[in-house]
Design a protein around this ligand. Structure first.
Ligand code: F6P
Length: 341
């Protein structure tokens, strides 16, 4: 059997563990070949092939990023993209294609599956918002990085009596913000699941600083939005030299807090730091488990499914249960973040 393999969308720590899992298990257990495609679906469309053997996966387990490269490219929304993908898969005689990616990649996988290709998806995203799985590869490492950053900001916030606003990733869901906020003991956590009222945030900080503290940590997910009626414009802001800088929600929240409270306030945008570096053991193990499960699925012809962690078990879930859906942070977790503020 010839198994195709790609990583699509934004990278994250733990991808190489999944690639290694696929290659080792396919070669070792079944004697299958693994044909990698460089730079996600783009590489499939362009026929950019990298056959993968044992030497390619040596020492990659602790390494961040993806040895195959990745790109944000969706064949079904590109002119001629789908035909090009199908032509390459036929030319390379691919029997099943394993794609490791987030919601966009899983959605693309479901479209390619509709065109008759045997597909298996492995969920990865630091945002942890892929529906159908308790965890996606990369999330655990990102929460570690964000928590470490919050811990570090705590000591400097306290020394300088400052409000530290920390913007973390999470476009559609606040998994990193809420988990790192709880783990790091943040005073305020703003997530996309619950539009926020800046007046309330300001009132809360004023009260806290009057009553018993001289510093605060405010964690903001990049996709957090102000509630309707709370007038916050973060689409365009003036920079230090009067230029228009791209606005982020963290920037807007920090500016509002500084202006309205007069507290010394600083902003840290963690950005792509959260996607880089060494994967945690949890992400290495998850990537390895998903890689093995994907090869077993291909070998037993259980295709058009995504590997998923449910409780302690890895299962296979059909694309139609997961593609195009966002997994949001549940109320219980949001309430814990609030209760401990
Ligand atoms: O991987 C998901 C994500 O981390 C989002 O939270 C973030 O908005 C986006 O990727 C950034 O993507 P890019 O690397 O294309 O700037």
């Amino acid at each position: 059997m010839r198994i195709g393999l790609l990583t699509g969308g934004g990278d994250c720590p733990g991808l190489n563990a999944a690639i290694r899992g696929v290659v080792k298990h396919a070669l070792g257990e079944y004697g299958h070949s693994v044909i990698g495609f460089r730079n996600g679906w783009k590489g499939v469309a362009q026929g950019d092939v990298q056959p993968l053997g044992r030497s390619d996966i040596r020492n990659v387990l602790p390494v961040g990023g993806t040895l195959l490269g990745t790109a944000r490219f969706h064949p079904h929304s590109e002119d001629g993209g789908m035909d090009a993908v199908l032509a390459t898969l036929e030319a390379e005689r691919i029997d099943a294609l394993v794609c490791i990616g987030g919601d966009g990649t899983v959605h693309a996988a479901s479209k390619v599956a509709e065109a008759g290709v045997a597909m298996i998806a492995i969920p990865k995203t630091i945002d942890n918002d892929v529906e159908g799985t308790d965890l996606s590869i990369g999330f655990h490492t990102a929460v570690n990085i964000a928590t470490d950053a919050i811990d570090r900001l705590h000591t400097t916030a306290e020394s300088h009596n400052r409000v530290m606003v920390v913007e973390v990733m999470g476009r559609h869901a606040g998994w990193i913000a809420v988990n790192a906020g709880i783990a790091g003991g943040a005073e305020v956590v703003l997530a996309p699941e619950r539009p926020f009222d800046i007046d309330k945030v300001v009132r809360f900080l004023r009260h806290r600083h009057r009553a018993h503290a001289s510093f605060s940590i405010v964690v903001v997910a990049e996709g957090a939005v102000p509630a309707e009626g709370s007038a916050m414009d973060f689409t365009q802001r003036l920079g230090r030299f009067g230029e228009i800088v791209a606005g982020s929600v963290g920037e807007a929240v920090a500016a509002e807090i500084a202006q309205r409270t007069g507290f010394d306030t600083r902003l840290t945008v963690l950005g792509h730091v959260q996607r880089g570096g060494t994967p945690t053991p949890t992400d290495r193990i998850l990537g390895s488990r998903f890689g093995v499960a994907a090869v077993d699925a291909a070998a037993s012809r259980r295709t058009n499914v995504m590997t998923a962690l449910r409780g302690d078990e890895v299962r296979l879930v059909p694309f139609d249960e997961v593609a195009g859906k966002v997994k949001h942070v549940p109320d219980e977790l949001l309430r814990v973040a609030d209760a401990l503020a």
